[in-house]
Design a protein around this ligand. Structure first.
Ligand SMILES: [Zn+2]
Length: 407
């Protein structure tokens, strides 16, 4: 199968004509709906691109049909790759040039409607890494997000999942407040490594509450009719800055951890089991009385983590599976567990005691024993079929699995 990974790169706003990009996005929306509209004063090369893509729209990452008429739709673009040895792949006239010789990306007439208009960006390390891993970047997209221009690059790689070595990597996903816990179970069915991954909650909390305080202050000034004063402007700027800080921190943390886990699995040639308990996590967050704004953020980034992780597992050919692993049922006697302070779980029936995040890992070691028992039964097929766990890659919203690189 072909695995895909996408990166988003912010384009210099002063070098882009936002109105022109909006126009291209509107045209793309029409192209998705099978309308060919030729606008005389737009570059022919770019318009040709759009209608060429139409033929395989359904199969591309460009995804599902835009929901609304004239909704902004990312503009698909072809790339030409120029490698170090001078070898060239792709159409010479493609609007996006990935020049590995000079280590730059050139965008031709996609940022401004001016003959010969070119902007150059430094080549992201991400692209070089994906090429080194055997990928290719055949397509790009340009579009606006919060009115800022971005380039998205799509790397593709043909992969076959490997045969697991007997190691298992278990990923127990909670909302970020309790983090993600992972455990490595070795072929002898022992937990070889176990650790929770948690962002710096105190830092996020501080930023969040400061932003809330300032918002209240801003509201108060507004009610007094002091909408356009220097003070309100300053407040708004500070609130925006704090919010951006939280997003950036969570985004980086999510991206880094997803990558670390994918690489860990790859090195061990492990099979990955993911327990993605969004519903349960939401309840936990409610119980912990986390403010609703923060709760939404934690859930959003937890979702993003799972998408990033599965995208990367696919990319590296790591077999994975989603599996429900209970954390409130005793893995020894299956009695209900009671939670003590500090997220410690105990069994009143058999005396079992373990940190809550470790319970799912213990369940996996149990699963292994059950499977071995099953293997003895002749009526059952030997071994298990390892699935990719991925439904249709194309039906997913690619923006959930976007990576970022800042220059
Ligand atoms: Zn028990």
């Amino acid at each position: 199968m072909t695995a895909k990974r996408t990166i988003l790169i912010e384009l210099p706003k002063d070098k882009c004509d936002i109105e022109y990009i909006k126009q291209l996005m509107a045209l793309t929306n029409l192209a998705h709906r099978d309308y060919e509209v030729w606008i005389p004063d737009l570059p022919q090369t770019i318009q040709h691109q759009l209608y060429r893509f139409k033929d395989y729209m359904g199969s591309l990452v460009f995804g599902v049909e835009p929901k609304r008429w004239f909704a902004r739709t990312w503009v698909p673009l072809e790339t030409v790759r120029i490698y170090n040895d001078g070898f060239m792949k792709g159409d010479k006239s493609a609007p996006v040039v990935l020049d590995f010789k000079r280590n730059v990306i050139r965008l031709r007439q996609v940022c401004k409607n001016e003959p010969g208009y070119v902007i150059e960006l430094p080549m992201p390390k991400w692209v070089v890494d994906r090429i080194r891993e055997g990928g290719d970047v055949k397509y790009a997209m340009i579009g606006l997000k919060n009115d800022k221009p971005y380039l998205a690059l799509v790397a593709e790689r043909v992969v076959k999942p490997y045969q697991p070595s007997g190691y298992r990597l278990v990923v127990d996903v909670n909302a970020w407040s309790n983090g993600v816990a992972y455990g490595i179970i070795n072929p002898n069915n022992r937990i070889a490594e176990y650790s929770p991954l948690r962002p710096n909650l105190r830092l996020i909390d501080t930023w969040y509450h400061r932003a809330e305080e300032l918002s209240k202050e801003l509201g108060r000034l507004r009610r007094l009719g002091l909408e356009r004063t220097l003070e309100t402007k300053r407040l708004r700027r500070e609130i925006d800055m704090l919010r951006r800080k939280i997003y950036a921190y969570l985004r980086d943390f999510t991206q880094k951890k997803a990558h670390e886990l994918a690489i860990k699995a790859l090195r061990l040639r492990a099979e990955v089991l993911i327990d993605d308990m969004i519903g349960e996590s939401r309840r936990e967050l409610l119980e912990e009385k986390i403010p609703s704004g923060l709760r939404k953020l934690y859930i959003m980034y937890t979702r993003r983590f799972v998408k990033l992780l599965t995208t990367q597992l696919q990319w590296y050919g790591v077999p994975y599976e989603f599996k429900r692993l209970p954390s409130t049922i005793c893995p020894v006697c299956q009695h209900e567990l009671t939670q003590l302070p500090g997220r410690i779980m105990v069994c009143s029936n058999c005396g079992f005691k373990a940190p809550r995040d470790k319970v799912p890992m213990l369940w996996v070691t149990r699963l292994r024993i059950n499977e071995q028992e099953e293997d003895i039964t002749p009526s059952r097929p030997k071994g298990r079929n390892l699935s990719w766990g991925c439904q249709d890659l194309y039906s997913q919203d690619i923006f959930g699995s976007l990576e970022r690189e800042s220059f």
